[in-house]
Design a protein around this ligand. Structure first.
Ligand code: SAH
Length: 363
């Protein structure tokens, strides 16, 4: 094999494929089959950074594995902790790209907000990641790998919940997000319950259908942010391709309860008529609504709705029979909104105060 062709990364394979690959490789070398299970157990459950760390294997076998396969890691570039316990991690990928992961403690829960792409192509008007443009899709090993890396810290950090609310649009990277969901959920890999894993999307219809076709009970959150096509188009260019009526229809067909995310933009989408329109959409697909205070990080000329306006908006929704929560701000002392840490790294201007948007109250 040419030295320029990278070795296959075992962390990109779903458990069945990884075990099959390892069994075939062990068999070809005349090694007992249990060696495959031994190696597999060190990928996700008791993770190691390198084959050489699998000390229960003979040295020669570790060396042979390292010559045949890769176990990729993400380099932790920066770690920041908020006074409220929220932690933000910046990872450097093998090609120099940066992605973020946020860990948000809340009572006995610990939610990881993970990234699915480096950058994002969608250009939502208020989002910092959108402003930096799309770099590339992440591989399954880089998506599920964010959780793996934090479980390899001393002391390890292990999540109870996952939200795909970091950088990127997960349903525009279904090719990798599909296998990553398996790795996060499969008890032989990271073992996080499907109901504790939420995919957040702007409403990419083919992706919603693909997610709905999965047998596991993964949760779906849809970034609505405006209750009419005319307004939504101005905030989210993707609305031209996937208009609200189609997104709501897909949400209604989804066999599990959907959450709407609605970022409160002062004077833009927070008026009583918007609440009335939003209530209709939510009722049409029995959605739960999460109202999100705007994080100043990527706000690009928008201002957060004042707290009393948010409260009145929530009240108006509830009065129309829509279950509504107002998201609590976390990590307010961290420059931790969507894409900010990476922005800081690239030497752009930093906002004065910002919160992260990886929140625990999703459905
Ligand atoms: N692309 C997906 C997931 C990543 S963004 C999506 O759009 O759903 C996760 C959430 O953070 C989305 O609801 C997004 O609109 C929101 N968000 C982005 N920038 C924000 C900001 N400055 N303040 C509050 N929420 C923001």
């Amino acid at each position: 094999m040419s030295a320029s062709i990278p070795l296959p990364d075992l962390l990109d394979l779903e458990p069945d494929a990884a075990l099959e690959t390892l069994r075939a490789w062990m068999a070809a070398r005349g090694e007992p089959a249990y060696r495959a299970t031994q190696v597999f157990g060190r990928l996700w459950q008791r993770p190691v950074r390198a084959f050489d760390d699998i000390t229960e294997l003979p040295k020669a076998l570790r060396e042979a594995l390292a010559a045949a396969f890769r176990i990729s890691s993400l380099e932790l570039a920066t770690r920041q902790q908020s006074i409220d316990g929220t932690e933000k991690f910046l990872f450097r990928l093998h090609d120099g790209q940066f992605i973020e992961t946020v860990a948000i403690p809340d009572g006995d829960r610990l939610t990881f907000c993970i990234s699915s792409q480096a950058g994002c192509a969608l250009q939502c008007a208020f989002c910092a990641t959108g402003a930096m443009g799309f770099q590339r899709n992440l591989a399954p090993s880089e998506i599920a790998g964010q959780v793996r890396e934090l479980r390899m810290l001393t002391p390890p950090i292990s999540p109870t919940n996952i939200v795909f609310m970091g950088m990127g649009e997960p349903l525009m990277n279904w090719k990798a997000v599909g296998p990553a969901l398996t790795l996060l959920n499969d008890p032989r890999a990271l073992g996080i319950g499907a109901r504790h894993i939420t995919i957040s999307t702007v409403g990419i219809l083919p992706g919603i259908h693909a997610l709905g076709a999965r047998p596991e009970q993964f949760r779906l959150a849809i970034s609505i942010h405006a209750p009419s096509d005319a307004l939504r188009r101005t905030l989210m260019p993707v609305n031209t391709k996937y208009p609200l009526a189609d997104v709501i229809a897909a949400a209604a067909e989804f066999d599990r309860r959907v959450t709407f995310e609605y970022v409160m933009l002062g004077g833009v989408n927070d008026q009583p008529e918007h609440a009335a329109q939003l209530a209709q959409l939510a009722r049409a697909c029995r959605a739960f609504v999460n109202l999100i205070p705007l994080h100043p990080g990527g706000s690009m000329g928008f201002s957060p709705s004042p707290a009393p306006v948010i409260a009145a908006f929530a009240k108006a929704l509830r009065a129309r029979g829509v279950e509504t929560a107002v998201r609590r701000s976390r990590g307010i002392d961290l420059a931790a909104a969507c894409g900010q840490l990476r922005t800081e790294r690239l030497g752009r201007r930093l906002p004065v105060a910002a919160e992260n948007h990886g929140e625990v109250h999703v459905a």
